[in-house]
Design a protein around this ligand. Structure first.
Ligand SMILES: Cc1cc2nc3c(=O)[nH]c(=O)nc-3n(C[C@H](O)[C@H](O)[C@H](O)COP(=O)(O)OP(=O)(O)OC[C@H]3O[C@@H](n4cnc5c(N)ncnc54)[C@H](O)[C@@H]3O)c2cc1C
Length: 410
């Protein structure tokens, strides 16, 4: 079969590689360099334990606090509120206990399989230099939030993660170079991280090319269906395919709307700052939970990454968010200088925190793999494997019905 993959972020790169593994003639489309958008600037963690969605019962009563507190990681631009309301309403509806348990179970089913999605790709791409096998550390500076978070630890272990609980001294033993303002922590044993997400994406791209995959640096403008024929119209050409899979992150909704399948995808904007002088200061990603951010020891310096800002797809950075990240970094790393770089990315988020993986309801030749919100770097491999299985053999290692677009189509 001749298959088009739209989007060369971590999800599209994984999908394209798995399609080649299943013997398909595969063409990958992106108007940017592979791995250069949201997948470029994340915190790099392979977060198997991340089965607790951001919409949770506590989110309902914490919402006013998150909006008003100076040190909250949530930012909402007033100009975007009218557009945000329908999505936010659904997001809040999904914050009820029974709904959150259901979301968590669905995420768990995917997270349990992350190694099945990545092990072969990483081995074949020979990208081990860009992966560091040090466990991710969560820390809390406030006892109230720490005790609240502990209630979720048992649920998190259902993904196969083991958690070691740490007191303040044990945090210092692990990470002696931080200003230890934390009261407790949790170490997610067996988790690991990419010390250079860009290089990981590049390795997966080169692997795809080495398998005979074709890349076209073109923007997909439309999908054209005539009878049983399906074509992609790009800014340069129109080409016929047997099947098409949309892996375009936040921009997927622009393409699905062309086939009248509207998905409520919202950009949860996240930022990062780079501190080259803080290279080798810590050994593992440290996530300061109340601040919603990670400090990750990348190969070119310390990266402070996180926050959620609702402001649509505008490329304009918000200096308040940058100041918040910088202030947070300085309170933990006394030697921090001015950041050398700031970056803004767009997490592709559904209001139920579950990705869309499966076949179109309207057109059997079109498939979807997007909406991975805060955990796309972790879930890219397995999502790509599952959708490639579905497209190639119609048999999947995991039942994909919970991830169907059906839930959004009236
Ligand atoms: C600050 C921050 C920290 C994060 N940390 C983590 C983490 O530690 N762990 C984790 O698991 N996840 C993390 N994430 C989330 C993760 O980065 C995303 O979920 C993931 O990168 C999404 O990948 P993607 O391939 O779906 O999208 P993208 O990487 O955005 O790729 C989509 C691609 O589609 C292309 N495209 C769009 N429209 C078209 C078109 N019309 N034609 C052709 N191509 C098109 C784009 O150019 C782009 O290259 C973080 C995100 C942020 C912002």
């Amino acid at each position: 079969m001749k298959i088009a993959v739209i989007g060369a972020g971590i999800v599209g790169l994984s999908t394209a590689n798995w399609l080649k593994n299943y013997g398909q003639e595969t063409v990958l489309f992106d108007m940017h360099e592979p791995g250069s958008q949201t997948s470029f600037g994340n915190a790099g963690t392979y977060a198997q334990y991340a089965n607790i969605p951001t919409n949770s019962p506590s989110f309902l009563y914490l919402f006013p606090y998150l909006l008003l507190n100076r040190n909250s990681p949530l930012f909402i631009q007033t100009f975007h509120i009218p557009k945000l309301i329908p999505w936010l309403f659904q997001f809040l509806k999904n914050s009820k206990r029974d709904k959150v348990n259901d979301t968590s179970n669905k995420l768990t089913s995917l997270l349990k399989l992350i190694e099945e999605g990545y092990a072969d790709l990483f081995k074949d791409a020979k990208c081990y230099d860009y992966l560091t096998r040090e466990a991710v550390l969560y820390v809390w500076s406030n006892k109230f939030f720490y005790n609240a978070a502990k209630k979720d630890f048992a649920k998190r272990t259902e993904t196969g993660s083991e958690i070691t609980i740490l007191n303040k001294d044990q945090i210092s033993d692990l990470e002696p170079n931080i200003n230890n303002i934390f009261c407790g922590g949790a170490l997610f044993e067996g988790s690991y991280f990419a010390n250079n997400p860009k290089k990981v994406s590049e390795s997966l791209f080169n692997l795809f090319l080495s398998k005979g995959g074709l890349f076209k640096k073109e923007e997909v403008l439309d999908i054209i269906q005539e009878g049983n024929q399906i074509s992609l119209k790009t800014n340069e050409s129109t080409e016929q395919f047997d099947k098409i899979v949309i892996c375009a992150g936040i921009w997927s909704k622009n393409i699905t709307s062309k086939i009248e399948e509207n998905v409520p995808l919202e950009a949860e904007r996240g930022y990062h700052l780079m501190y080259p002088e803080l290279i080798h200061t810590i050994k593992r990603p440290i996530s300061w939970q109340e601040r919603g951010l990670y400090f990750t020891p990348m190969s070119n310096g310390l990266r402070t990454a996180g926050t959620v800002e609702f402001a649509g797809l505008s490329p304009k950075k918000n200096q308040r968010v940058i100041n918040f990240l910088d202030r947070s970094t300085r309170s933990v790393f006394k030697n921090a200088e001015s950041p050398s770089e700031s970056w803004l990315g767009y997490r592709p988020s559904t209001p139920d925190s579950i990705p869309v993986i499966g076949q179109s309801e309207k057109n059997p030749y079109i498939y979807f793999c997007f909406g991975h919100q805060h955990v796309g770097w972790t879930l890219g491999g397995i999502s790509g494997k599952l959708i490639a299985q579905k497209m190639s053999t119609n048999k999947t290692d995991l039942d994909l019905s919970p991830f169907s677009i059906k839930r959004f189509i009236k």
